[in-house]
Design a binder for this molecule. Structure first.
Ligand SMILES: NC(=O)c1ccc[n+]([C@@H]2O[C@H](COP(=O)([O-])OP(=O)(O)OC[C@H]3O[C@@H](n4cnc5c(N)ncnc54)[C@H](O)[C@@H]3O)[C@@H](O)[C@H]2O)c1
Length: 378
């Protein structure tokens, strides 16, 4: 029997990341957890295992997802992530029509339906209806999985969480937790928020950060670096629209800048999504190059190629964020959860090295100390 009836989540955006997350909830059964698991940072947090999480509400705007039970919507096109847990039972939770706002970029209309978003003709729910749904389903936490560049839609769902009294996990790079106004609103409402933009389990960002930290600690001067990313999912397709990329580039670049010994000049650091390669589907490939000067100003460089399934890479991190939010709710802690935001996200209000952020997160899990909940820096 799950502690306190488990953790009730609502999800905005039933794309590839949500699919991996929900598959994971069913994959990591108590039996599998008892055997000793592979792939999770924490089997248990505060008495909660992944399987204690249940989806109670879901919102999307795609014709193939709206009106479907969540268990089917997660496998509907254009989702293309690896299916590692096909046995996701009917949940009795129907995906409801959200508000489109700026969620669908115009250029998405130029691609084959199997690969792109198809807007549902269903009537959009009003904000009051979404808030009512979150309240009626007693959702603890709302997860935001809007496409990159959805500034209005991301804020809309954050507002819904605030009005409904839910915690908020901001998985994408519209700045909410790292925006002082929003951070203060969550603190004033005494609701926890973790964000912004998931830092995947072993993805390009954490790998690039660890190597940058290594250069700094070992006295190597980092002269130039790039991180080029390619992939074939709708996240990468959406990011072909350069106008939607500003905050993604900031989020990814700042995550690396934050651990350099000395802030790099803009022209010496290039990080961003680089191309959409349809046949890669959810396989993301990152190419990282770092050029530096060692002892005696002697040059050196590192070339690294990372190949991962993008969405499962994010899901275990989100499972931890959900559980940290639930612990905060139980402890009556509101506002930005500083340690978890720094450890689990690329663009938290305050950056720390991953070692420190990890310690802060473990401390938060042990104590839920309100002192570790801070508001965003000015
Ligand atoms: N490892 C990762 O995959 C990773 C890491 C960091 C951040 N992120 C971010 O997480 C977000 C989600 O990624 P994804 O791969 O699941 O994307 P996706 O394109 O597969 O899913 C986005 C979903 O949102 C829906 N949607 C669009 N507008 C909407 C609206 N207004 N209301 C409700 N639903 C709407 C789409 O129909 C789609 O189902 C992206 O912003 C991505 O950059 C992903």
């Amino acid at each position: 029997m799950a502690k306190n009836g488990g953790i009730r989540i609502a999800i905005a955006g039933i794309g590839n990341c949500a699919s991996s997350l929900i598959q994971g909830i069913y994959y990591y059964t108590p039996e599998r957890c008892a055997e000793g698991v592979v792939g999770l940072m924490h089997t248990e947090i505060g008495g909660y295992q992944p399987n204690d999480i249940s989806v109670v509400a879901a919102f999307d705007v795609d014709a193939r997802k709206v009106g479907q039970d969540v268990s089917r919507a997660i496998f509907a096109k254009p989702n293309c992530t690896k299916v590692f847990e096909p046995n996701v039972p009917e949940m009795g939770v129907t995906v409801k029509m959200g508000q489109v706002l700026d969620g669908i970029s115009e250029h998405m209309a130029n691609y084959d339906e199997d690969r792109t978003f198809v807007r549902s003709s269903a009537q959009e729910l009003t904000k009051a209806e979404i808030v009512a749904e979150l309240k009626a389903t007693k959702a603890d936490v709302l997860l935001n999985y809007m496409p990159v560049g959805s500034e209005q839609a991301a804020r809309f769902y954050a507002d819904c969480a605030l009005e409904a009294g839910c915690g908020f996990v901001n998985n994408m790079p519209v700045f909410i937790a790292s925006d002082k106004v929003y951070a203060d609103r969550f603190a004033a409402a005494n609701l926890p928020i973790i964000g912004d933009d998931i830092k995947s389990q072993v993805g390009a960002t954490i790998t690039h950060r660890v190597l940058t930290d290594l250069f700094a600690k070992r006295g190597v001067k980092l002269l130039h670096t790039y991180q080029l990313n390619t992939g074939g999912n709708t996240d990468f397709l959406n990011m072909k629209n350069q106008d939607r990329l500003a905050s993604k580039k900031t989020s990814k670049t700042e995550a690396v800048q934050a651990v350099t010994k000395k802030r790099m000049e803009k022209e010496n650091i290039h990080i961003g999504p680089s191309d959409y390669v349809p046949w890669q589907n959810d396989n993301k490939i990152a190419f990282i190059r770092m050029e530096g000067l060692q002892f005696g100003d002697v040059p050196m460089d590192i070339e690294l190629r990372l190949s991962v399934q993008d969405s499962p890479n994010s899901a275990g991190v989100v499972i931890d964020m959900i559980r940290c939010c639930k612990l905060a709710l139980e402890a009556g802690v509101g506002g930005v959860l500083a340690g978890p935001s720094a450890y689990f996200c690329k663009h938290p209000p305050a950056q720390y090295t991953d070692d420190i952020a990890c310690e802060m997160t473990e401390e938060f899990i042990r104590t839920c100390r309100p002192a570790l909940a801070v508001t965003a820096a000015e």
